[in-house]
Design a protein around this ligand. Structure first.
Ligand code: ADP
Ligand code: MG
Length: 255
């Protein structure tokens, strides 16, 4: 069971206000997406949830517990980044067990975990290879394996597919969706790709300049955008805007 609640969250880097009061929540097992143009503060928000960036003000709660000043390792979170950050000199197996190794998890337990995750992600034949001998999609799967092996409360993804070519991106999208169905973990998924957000998430937070413009289910975001930014950002092809003037004459409004 894991819920995420974010209240009035702010982040300053020096004099620059990067997040201007974010309110968000993910229900237990929910998949939410943060979407918005580059520089709007998505990665900063995710890093704050993970504990990799400090909180300027506001609250982050996981399962009701205030985690603002809890160390990253004690938050029980797994994160998958855009750059897979696999250790090039280690085999796939070693990459997956590295975290457990440093936490001194007993060997039989490590083997058990690797077996479970490798079967799940269908990477058993790759366990002896080094990252350099893998395709982009396989590397991404290993990166997910490393996150899954920990059985965390929350999954955080920061644009995990943006280094992949278009075809593979679509395949991996389907895999992430299946993965979520099977493990059912509460997930926060960052992307600048609105199609990815629409197809994966049950609710989407559309961000712009450090603020959430709208937080709603995909159909509502698409059909009833809260403002012109959301209307212009979501939808492919983009929505058309026509300049119009509203006038009123004898009780009748006309455009
Ligand atoms: N460590 C930092 N110091 C100063 N500014 C930063 C730092 N990290 C991010 N920023 C700034 O914060 C803003 C949001 O960045 P980021 O969260 O990476 O956006 P996104 O992931 O949506 O592209 C950007 O203007 C970026 O330049
Ligand atoms: Mg980013």
């Amino acid at each position: 069971m894991s819920t995420l609640i974010i209240r009035s969250l702010r982040k300053n880097f020096g004099a620059v206000e990067v997040l201007k009061g974010i309110d968000l929540e993910a229900r237990n097992g929910e998949f939410i997406a943060l979407v918005g143009p580059s520089g709007c503060g998505k990665s900063t928000l995710l890093a704050m949830i993970a504990g990799l960036e400090s909180v300027t003000s506001g609250e982050i709660r996981i399962d009701g517990r205030l985690v603002n000043s809890v160390a990253p390792k004690d938050r029980d979170i797994a994160m998958v980044f855009q750059s897979y950050a696999l250790y090039p000199t280690m085999t796939v197996r070693e990459n997956i067990t590295f975290g457990m190794e440093s936490r001194r998890v007993p060997k039989p337990q490590q083997d058990e975990a690797v077996k479970r995750v490798a079967a799940f992600l269908q990477i058993e034949p790759l366990l002896g290879r080094k990252p350099g001998q893998l395709s982009g999609g396989q590397r991404q799967r290993v990166a997910m394996g490393r996150a899954l092996v920990r059985d965390p409360k929350l999954f955080l993804f920061d644009e995990p597919l943006s280094n992949l070519d278009a075809k593979l991106r679509v395949d991996m999208r389907t895999e992430i969706k299946k993965l979520h169905h099977r493990v059912g973990k509460t997930t926060v998924y960052v992307t600048h790709d609105q199609v990815e957000a629409m197809t994966l998430a049950s609710r989407i937070a559309v961000m712009h300049q450090g603020e959430v413009q709208q937080f709603d289910d995909p159909a509502t975001i698409y059909n009833r955008p809260a403002n012109m930014f959301v209307a212009g950002f979501m939808g492919s092809p983009a929505m058309n805007f026509l300049a119009a003037e509203l006038s009123q004459e004898g009780g009748r409004r006309t455009v």
